[in-house]
Design a protein around this ligand. Structure first.
Ligand code: S3P
Length: 212
């Protein structure tokens, strides 16, 4: 495989779309193709929090998770954004059942020291990360945003048995969430790719062509 070269000294490619659209696997393929790092926002948050996303939802509620998302995006995208040690996980999170002390492990994949203020990288967003207007504004300002669009059938197929891992899908609501969010993904995107018939590698190839 030939490595591609980006036209800019610094480009952040943000992958957005509904749960199950393939953001993480496309992120990995694109990382290999472009030879730049990929950060999976959900994993970044989990490492910082020292617990899984279902546990964050269960113990602290959705708002606390969304606050972590906003802080993580700020750290990663905004030059001079909050350093990882002192932002989203410093101190207890607001919790539905009282304060929840979170541990502060250093984030293994992307530490503060090598936060790439001058270099390019890919960020695979969580499916809801773009919903807060302040997050969408950060993403629009700092990233080239790609919406990986897929039909409900494809999304369900990809999610398969994993639906239980997504707190927001536990009690149904898939169709309503998808309908509500699709216009938000579209509005934030610089490019939209219909992914139903494509492999992650093919999608990565299309993205590489679009941005280089
Ligand atoms: C969410 C999507 C999940 C994760 C969390 C909330 C959402 O990420 O961030 O469960 O609101 O759509 P994936 O899109 O990677 O599943």
């Amino acid at each position: 495989m030939t490595e591609r070269t980006l036209p800019f000294s610094r480009m952040i490619v943000a992958l957005t779309g509904f749960m199950g659209c393939g953001k993480s696997s496309v992120g990995r393929e694109l990382s290999t193709l472009l030879g730049i790092p990929v950060v999976d926002l959900d994993r970044y948050i989990e490492e910082k929090a020292g617990k899984s996303i279902p546990d964050i939802f269960a113990q602290s509620g959705e708002k606390a998770f969304r606050d972590l998302e906003t802080a993580a995006l700020s750290e990663l995208l905004v030059p001079g954004g909050h350093p990882s040690e002192t932002s989203c996980c410093a101190g207890p999170l607001p919790s539905d059942d009282g304060p929840l002390p979170l541990m502060l492990p250093r984030v293994a994949q992307f530490q503060r020291g090598d936060r790439p203020e001058q270099s390019s990288f890919i960020v695979s967003l969580g499916g809801g990360a773009i919903l807060r207007p302040e997050n969408a504004a950060m993403i629009r300002e700092h990233c080239t945003c790609i919406f990986l669009r897929a039909t409900p059938e494809t999304l369900r197929l990809h999610l398969g048995g994993e639906q239980g891992q997504r707190p927001l899908l536990k009690d149904g609501g898939f169709e309503a969430l998808l309908q509500e969010r699709t216009p938000v993904y579209s509005a934030a995107a610089d490019f939209i790719i219909d992914t139903d018939t494509l492999s992650p590698m093919q999608i990565a190839g299309i993205i590489a062509n679009l941005i280089s």
